[in-house]
Every structure is written in C-alpha cells, then in structure tokens.
Design a binder for this molecule. Structure first.
Ligand SMILES: Nc1ncnc2c1ncn2[C@@H]1O[C@H](COP(=O)(O)OP(=O)(O)O)[C@@H](O)[C@H]1O
Ligand SMILES: Nc1ccn([C@@H]2O[C@H](COP(=O)(O)O)[C@@H](O)[C@H]2O)c(=O)n1
Length: 213
C-alpha cells in the first residue's frame, strides 16, 4: 500500500485543523475509519527539555528552525513503506515535547497540517497534494487569541506581544510566500463543506476512484 500524502498549510488560525478534520471525516465515509491519519506539524516542534521554562517562553515558534522537519519527513517515509512510527506529542503549556509518544499505523491517506509545511521543499515534493488555507490576518489573530487563552495556557498580553515579535513577521517571511507552492488555495472563512466540494477533482486524482462525492 502506498499512502497518499496531503499537506494542509497556511497561517496560524486560518482553519487548517478544521479543514483537516472535515476532510478526514469525509474520506473516512468512503474509505473507512482506519484509512486515515492526521499528523500535526506542531508535534515536531523541537524538544526543549534541556532549557528552563522561562527560556522556552521566549523562543521563536514561527521560524522553520523551531521544527524537526527531518523527523517528520522520515516518519512519513516510514509510514509510506508500511512501518508504524512513534510520533512525538507536544505540550503547548510547557513549550516542549511531552514524555508521551503516539504510535501511528500505516494508512492509505495521511493528512499533515501545519504552518510551515509548504515552506519546506522536501516535504512539499514528497506530498501528493499541497493545500494552502488562507484567511484575513485579523480573523487569524482573533481566533488565535481565543484558542491560546482557553487551550494553550497564554494570557492576552502574551499572545499579543508574541504576535508582534514573531508570529506576524515570520508569517510574512515564510508562510505567506509558501502559498505559491500550493496546488489549491482554499478560504479558511468559507464553510468547510464548500472547501471539500472545491477539492473534489483534486481528491479524485490523488485518492483515485473512491474520492468522496
Ligand atoms: N471555515 C471556518 N469558518 C468559521 N470558523 C472556522 C473555520 N475554520 C476554522 N474556524 C475556527 O477558527 C478557529 C481556528 O481554527 P483552526 O482550524 O484550529 O486553525 P489552525 O489549525 O489553522 O490554527 C477554531 O475556533 C475554528 O472553529
Ligand atoms: N510553545 C509554542 C509552540 C507553538 N506556538 C504557536 O503555535 C502556532 C502554530 O500552531 P497552529 O495550531 O496555530 O498552527 C505558531 O504560530 C506558534 O507561534 C506557541 O505559541 N507556543
């Protein structure tokens, strides 16, 4: 079995995770629930257990060097060659990897979502379909504020200072230019069903005759 790899990239808060879940749900209906893995690029943030917490709080998490993309590519290659992998699990509140791993079994479809995937030539060349999710930057910031305060252990001052120091400048330097590498650009403010409809022909090409209707 050769896995089909689908990358979903775009700015933080644009709607990548939401689209990934919607796509996985739709594909599961036609291919079966065990046919799909979703991998979050966030799990490949570098381990920082050797650094004190205060230092981890100050890191730039939006530069490509924050990620271990080589490990992500290696694990995608292993999954594609039929091997299970132990994916790292990231702890946003501690700003480092947790001591857990999640074992992934090979699957027909692998959806990978994350901010900097399309900035990485080796990853986008390895992928069968490259999707970029776009949304206005004010919408992304509002979504991020809500999420980071409720789910990732930050307060408003921390979200806003991080946004100005690294999130926006790195998005301008690395994420927005990566849009040119996408096979398809989708709106992160449209209903997910509309995005799935726009993906139909692309999915038929890369997934084959069992693409969703
Ligand atoms: N198409 C959409 N329409 C409305 N709200 C959305 C849409 N996509 C995502 N959201 C909301 O925006 C927030 C961030 O979405 P998420 O998918 O986690 O973004 P990302 O993975 O790109 O950081 C979530 O609260 C989600 O419910
Ligand atoms: N310790 C960390 C690690 C990452 N971030 C931010 O997460 C964003 C990427 O996640 P999405 O789900 O939004 O794609 C990225 O913009 C990092 O700034 C963080 O705040 N703290």
């Amino acid at each position: 079995m050769r896995s089909t790899i689908i990358l979903i990239s775009g700015p933080s808060g644009s709607g990548k995770s939401t689209l990934s879940e919607a796509l996985a749900e739709t594909l599961s209906e036609s291919l079966g629930p065990d046919c799909i893995n979703i991998i979050h690029e966030d799990n490949y943030y570098r381990d920082q257990n050797d650094k004190p917490f205060e230092e981890r709080c100050e890191q730039n998490y939006d530069h490509p060097s924050a990620f271990e993309h080589e490990l992500l590519l290696t694990q995608l290659q292993q999954l594609q060659s039929g091997q299970s992998v132990d994916m790292p699990v990231y702890d946003f509140c501690q700003h480092t990897r947790s001591d857990q791993v999640k074992t992934l079994k090979p699957s027909k479809i692998i959806i990978v979502e994350g901010i900097l995937l399309l900035s990485q030539a080796k990853l986008r060349d390895f992928s069968d379909l490259n999707i970029y999710v776009d949304a206005p930057i004010d919408i992304c910031l509002i979504r991020r504020l809500e999420r980071d305060i409720h789910q990732r252990g930050r307060d408003m001052a921390s979200v806003l200072s991080q946004y100005q120091a690294t999130v926006r400048p790195m998005a301008e330097a690395f994420i927005l230019p990566s849009r040119q590498h996408a096979d398809v650009v989708l709106s992160g403010t449209s209903k997910p069903g509309r995005s799935l409809a726009l993906l139909r022909d692309h999915l038929a090409t890369v997934v084959g005759t069992q693409a969703p209707s």
